[in-house]
Design a protein around this ligand. Sequence first.
Ligand code: PLP
Length: 444
Amino acid sequence: MSSRRIPKVDPRNQRGGIAMTQLAILGGSKTINTKGPHFVWPRITEAVEQVVIRQLHATISIYDRSGVIEEFETTFASYHGRRYALLSNSGTSAIYSMYEGLGLGPGDEVICPTYTFFATVSPLMHTGATPVFCDCGPDGNISVAEIEKRITPRTKAVVVTHMWGVPCDMEAIVSICRRHNLRLLEDCSHAHGAKVNGKLVGTFGDAAAWSLQAQKTITGGEGGIMLTDNEEVYYRALLQGRYNKRCKQEIPVDHPLAIFSTTGFGLKFRAHPLAVAIAHEQLSHLEEWLAQRQSYAEKMTAAFSQFPFLKTPQVSGKRAGWYAYVMQFDASHSNGISVDLFTKAVLAEGLVELDRPRSTMPLHRLPLFTEPEKALPRLYPHPVKQKQQSFPAADYFYENALKLPVWSFPDEEDMVNLYIEGIVKVALVIRDNPELLLAIETNK
Ligand SMILES: Cc1ncc(COP(=O)(O)O)c(C=O)c1O
């Protein structure tokens, strides 16, 4: 039997004169009693409904660069100060278009983060190029020092992901790529509107891609977009996933690739106009949402950083996109409490949105990347070497990541406060009365 006694009231556990109540996992009352979800994204407002209805009656398929496709691409490109924008039906296909844009193929090596969502790298497996994984730094982003160690004469490019919305160390990465004459690609799917020293992510490299899938900051439900300043990258990307009208409209007839304009390269990645209409409406709110997220994230950091076992996201000199608020649980400072038990105790408080991200996992653990010869033997006739390598920082980040949503609207403040309250309630017991929780483990 686990201990059910009321925790001793410690004066340090007082908030505004009210003693902390017993943890729900120990029989106390929950912090939140309403059933989830407590975080709903995107918010379907009347304005969203209206743009969908308007688009529905305008057209639901756009063959060339016109209408809402042109409007969104123009707005997105000019917001980033980039020359070309190319919408597609998913972030995955936008990333694939970046790789195809660079013309990567068998024999080429691309330095990739191992800690990312797999779609940063899975499209590369359809080019035949070899992903070369890199460990991460303490913030979960690709480690700059590790990139340099992995460069070989075959390295053609580096791809980075701004994990959970916290930008990578772009100035250092740009400098490595310049020094070694490597192309640089950014997966900005977590980081719409994020900045490094005032410069937007997605503007540092040769091309960048964003997912516009339902969870993303700017979303059409499904969708993706790629940006580049490079005409050749753009034409190749265009031909890879579009054909006929749009290619004929944009690729000059005297360009060597114009002969493919009727058919493209064989695939179709066109975006759906209804999705783009939604995303276009969302885009007009980006700055206001990021400001609100920043203020909620600061509030969370102020509350959580007093606990040495909660490592809060560090974003100095950067503006995060706050796709999520991802902390690390540091079990070396948690008085014997494991991340599993912490998670159980927080969930028991009714904080159902706390998540330990599982599918965003180190890629060196996934067979598509370690054994591609079994899935795609025509492109990978020989086993790859990644298997033997270890990536301790990425494994650690993955095992200890605790993810919370970052709410975006002023009317969600009460929910943010309840999440802070529930986590602080559990954290105080870990700090001051860990034996109460440890009893659960020992009496299992
Ligand atoms: C970092 C990252 N890259 C790529 C993708 C793929 O985007 P999509 O689901 O739109 O294909 C995602 C989607 O979750 C992502 O998080």
